[in-house]
Design a protein around this ligand. Structure first.
Ligand code: GCW
Length: 712
């Protein structure tokens, strides 16, 4: 190539690189480590952070030091003072920490201490794992431009098992997530370790996630075959230095499907032997295998009830085989029969309270935040607080199955905090769901929390650029359920979009209002399960075909005399499964919060709401308000033109434009449909449905990503 052309080519390449390095494609998530622009703050940090003193004996320690170098060099550049003070990093097993005589007794194996000692700054922990968590916490401190001079943070996780649940299939489709294919490239494993596996592990470790369930709860026994256990081993070996244990989902019929037995009866000696041998085999591949998550006797999944046994028989079969290896079983409470014996809301409580005390100590009941199914809002599941002898794994959905997939902007921390702070009154006031899950109400040893992941192999991991806030928020709340939604939103925003205060204020305001906005513009006032069947994207209040509890009419019960599901003692009495203090408040439409009103009550269209509006008008006005607030999110985001890089700004703008169209469609479809029952006029102030009801009922969406019915 002619020398000038070579120079030009190199110049162009460098320009391209320069442009690309500022084009934020989202791959770095919240671990961007962009240079601190505020020179005064950067100088204050450089003065407090001299050379790093650390010893990288273990892989984990090396990862911690590498992360620290990556972070400090990104944030502060490499020209840090060569003079004291220093950044002292490590455990009391290293001299420079030991000589400080710090009290680390409250930190356990995962906690960390960030503090100043004389002029030095210290990151200390009892283990290298704690040091890694401390490094990420320290870098988060710098990324959010928090002051260093009075640094004093001692933090230890309140819940031991903090897991992502990937509803990922071995064919690399992902159930209920729209973001490309599964990040687990099964066919290439164990030969090739994708570099992004390390970045996945870094992101999880940065927020304290210490476990990952690699496979879908609609389980596939193939993953238990040696051919796949080799692959699982490769992932486990990759994730282990980041403190991430690997778990799998166990298909209950595996002894039949891959074991050649003619039964999977949990009390059958051959079945017991099969699972013991299989589990021992798994541990030869993954010595620290975390254990199993099991979906059984639900939505067609096999389970013990096929053999006249119960959930305890099934869970204990696996638990007894896992116990010698320190493995656990998270047995899902998301169960409902094909014949509708009672209000579906009641079935899990009915089945599992009867089994309380029968489970092995290494069994936890994995329970969704609410009793139906990850609706945009649900009252807390009555099982929380109802099984003193059985711990619960709180299962939250990070992926937005009923909340617009990776198209709609919905920051979920406020919804999760609502559940966590709900009082079960199990042992008097203050028995919150959070304290049931962290074991403090009933002194449960086994504590766990799970988030159904919203991650796929798209470049930015979560599709919607703002959806990564939910992966982040899950990890932060799993570590400490006391952290506020506001603090988490502020942290994530600063780490992801920088520290310009006006930009941070606009983005955090959008995040913090987005969940209520989506509820109000889709399923307001306690309405639930009125989505389009199958793919669950968009409205379907008219859906009444097939099994009742998979329809919409079963839940809203709209008729000429009103709308809502009577779950009080005059109806299904699902409310009766809650503590008396909860029943007392929720039994009356006058005292229950409006946000749960139609979840527990069937009311006349003219029922007078607390606002003075009739129920019909309140429903219309609430939908309108929700749609207006989606429009406002778009306007606020438009104000960030130039403040946010063009690539991410353009994508979020397009998504918010679509979200506004979707919200208007949802409102129009539902109000046009409900008006056929209310027969009442729309309030003057709302934008009445643009089209006749038939238009909305006939609308079809094809090939919606994540729809299990379209994945094979
Ligand atoms: O929300 C429903 C989903 C299913 C899911 C099921 C479950 C994995 O529609 O796709 O299956 O819940 O939680 O098991």
């Amino acid at each position: 190539m002619h020398k000038y052309r070579l120079i030009l080519a190199l110049l162009a390449a460098s320009l391209c690189y320069t442009t690309l390095s500022y084009a934020e494609d989202g791959y770095r998530l919240w671990l961007r480590y962009e240079p601190i622009e505020n020179e005064a703050i950067a100088a204050s940090y450089r003065d407090a952070i001299g050379p790093v003193f650390a010893e990288a004996k273990s892989k984990t320690a090396k990862i911690a030091i590498d992360e620290l170098d990556r972070g400090l060099n990104g944030l502060l550049g490499t020209n840090r003072s060569s003079l004291p003070p220093h950044l002292l990093v490590g455990t009391p097993q290293t001299a420079h920490i030991k000589e400080l005589g710090l009290d680390l007794s409250e930190l356990g194996d995962e906690g960390y201490l960030l503090t100043r000692h004389g002029d030095n700054t210290v990151i200390a922990a009892n283990t290298d794992q704690g040091v890694l968590y401390g490094v990420f916490a320290f870098l988060r401190h710098l990324q959010t431009q928090s002051p260093l001079q009075d640094l004093q943070v001692a933090s230890a996780p309140k819940i031991d098992h903090r897991l992502l649940n990937h509803w990922d299939n071995l064919t690399r489709t992902i159930e209920r997530t729209m973001v490309g294919a599964s990040i687990f490239n099964w066919f290439d494993l164990p030969y090739y370790i994708e570099p992004y596996y390390h970045d996945y592990a870094r992101a999880c470790a940065s927020v304290g996630i210490n476990g990952t369930v690699l496979t879908n709860v609609n389980a596939n026994a193939t993953v238990l075959r040696p051919q796949f256990l080799e692959k699982v081993k490769a992932l486990a070996d990759t994730f282990r230095p980041y403190g991430i244990r690997v778990y799998l989902t166990a298909r209950f019929s595996a002894p039949v499907e891959i074991g050649g037995l003619d039964t999977a009866d949990p009390l059958d000696p051959a079945v017991i032997k099969w699972w013991n041998d299989k589990i021992d085999e798994i541990y030869t591949y993954v010595p620290d295998f975390g254990g199993f998550v099991v979906k059984a006797n639900s939505e067609g999944q096999p389970g013990p009830q096929a053999y006249g046994r119960d959930h305890a028989d099934g869970a204990n079969l696996l638990a007894r085989a896992l116990a010698p290896h320190d493995g656990i079983v998270m047995w899902r409470a998301f169960v409902y029969d094909f014949e509708i014996k009672e209000d579906r809301h009641k079935q899990a409580y009915t089945e599992f309270t009867a089994l309380d005390g029968r489970f092995e100590p290494n069994v936890s009941i994995q329970t969704k935040n609410g009793a139906i199914d990850f609706m945009p809002r649900e009252p807390f599941h009555p099982l929380f607080g109802a099984t003193p002898d059985t711990p619960h794994t709180l299962e939250l959905q990070i992926t937005q199955e009923y909340l617009g997939g990776d198209i709609h902007l919905v920051y979920l921390a406020p919804m999760w905090k609502e559940t966590l702070e709900s009082d079960t009154f199990a042992k008097g006031a203050g028995s919150t769901v959070a304290k049931i899950v962290d074991g403090s109400v009933f002194d449960h040893e086994l504590t766990a929390i799970a988030g159904v992941a919203n991650i796929g192999n798209e470049r930015n991991w979560t599709g919607h650029p703002m959806a990564a806030s939910n992966w982040y928020a899950f990890g932060r709340l799993a570590w400490d359920h006391q952290i506020s939604s506001e603090q988490i939103a502020d942290e994530w925003t600063r780490m992801t979009f920088g520290n310009d205060d006006s930009t941070v204020a606009i983005i955090t305001k959008i995040l913090l209002g987005s969940h209520q906005t989506v509820v109000d513009s889709s399923m307001p006032l306690g309405l639930h399960h009125i989505m389009y069947p199958g793919h669950h994207y968009g409205p379907g209040p008219w859906h009444d075909q097939g099994r009742p509890d998979w329809t919409s009419t079963y839940y809203h019960k709209a008729s000429s005399d009103g709308i809502g599901f009577d779950r009080t003692e005059n109806g299904s009495d699902a409310l009766g499964q809650y503590a008396p203090e909860v029943v007392e408040k929720w039994r009356s439409p006058e005292t229950i919060e409006d946000k749960f009103l139609l979840w527990f009550h069937h009311l006349d269209w003219d029922y007078k709401m607390k606002s003075g509006n009739t129920l019909w008008n309140e429903l219309c006005l609430t939908y309108q308000d929700g749609v207006d607030r989606v429009a406002e999110m778009g306007k606020q985001w438009a104000n960030l033109q130039g403040a946010v890089d063009d690539q991410r700004h353009a994508r979020v703008t397009a998504l918010l434009n679509r979200q506004l169209e979707d919200a208007k469609f949802y409102m129009d479809a539902c109000l046009a449909y409900f008006q056929t029952f209310s027969q009442r006029p729309f309030p003057e102030s709302i934008d009445a449905p643009e089209y006749p009801l038939e238009y909305y009922k006939s609308f079809e969406l094809y090939h919606v990503p994540g729809h299990p019915g379209e994945q094979w």
